[in-house]
Design a protein around this ligand. Structure first.
Ligand code: BTN
Length: 239
């Protein structure tokens, strides 16, 4: 495992994707700020100084179908890390948002290098709003940890706690002991038991969020009472 610390990069996910071949499993790349941070679904991710922006390199032997579970594994680890370190119980919005008071504290972006048949490695990017200001356009959507706990949070200690939890949950994932990962994601879910709207390339669709599958999918009941699995897309609560 190697840890690389940078002052400023375009995106730790992008750089890790380039370096992945020459770095060992579980390497970590951290930057104080990113000028081209990337979010899910092609969005940009505001990453000023004061936040925790890092990417993890993972080289597991696993089939593509297991990928959705990696994001849930990381979400469970973040949940526990934040609980251990700050005593707060955050919510998880499937599949990758860490939520407090309806606002986004952190996000997870899982990328792959390789193709469908052969995954070379995974890049798991984690962005946590810690002491950084929230971009004016994102007020009402995003939130920093310092505003939750009403004090500045030490970035290094928080990072260590979260990496420890990631190590623990990743090991559970690899050894097929996945109950806790699923339990945390279900119990802390902002979506389960609610009516939701799923936006994807197919358009918008309404449904009822019933469960999270063992494969990491969101199980929904659509308006024709059909049960379906959703693997990706933008999900929001129907107000
Ligand atoms: C999302 O919720 O849309 C995912 C956000 C992921 C942001 C992190 S910050 C570190 C890493 N580098 C990036 O460019 N993105 C991820």
């Amino acid at each position: 495992q190697r840890v690389i610390v940078e002052k400023e990069v375009e995106s730790t996910n992008k750089l890790m994707k380039e370096l992945g071949n020459s770095l060992p499993d579980k390497s970590v790349l951290i930057a104080s700020r990113q000028w081209g941070g990337i979010g899910r679904l092609g969005r940009s991710w505001s990453s000023p100084e004061g936040g925790l922006w890092f990417s993890l390199l993972l080289k597991p032997q696993l089939p593509m179908e297991e990928l959705p579970l990696i994001t849930l594994t990381m979400a469970a680890a973040m949940w526990e890390g934040l609980y251990n370190h700050l005593g707060i119980e955050v919510k998880i919005k499937w599949p990758n948002d860490i939520i407090w008071d309806g606002k986004k504290l952190a996000g997870i972006l899982t990328g792959v290098k390789g193709d469908m048949d052969k995954v070379d490695y995974l890049i798991v990017g984690i962005g946590i709003n810690v002491n950084n200001p929230i971009h004016p356009e994102l007020k009402g959507i995003g939130l920093s940890l310092k505003d939750v706990v009403k004090k500045e949070v030490n970035l290094n200690y928080l990072l260590i706690e979260i990496l420890n939890c990631i190590q623990k949950y990743y090991q559970l994932f690899l050894t097929d002991k996945r109950e806790d990962i699923l339990i945390i994601n279900k119990e802390q879910s902002t979506l389960l038991g609610k009516r939701i709207i799923i936006s994807s390339f197919k358009g918008k669709e309404e449904g009822f969020a019933k469960d999270i599958g063992n494969d990491g999918s969101l199980i929904i009941e659509d308006d024709n009472k059909q049960i379906r699995k959703v693997f990706s897309g933008d999900v929001s609560l129907k107000e």
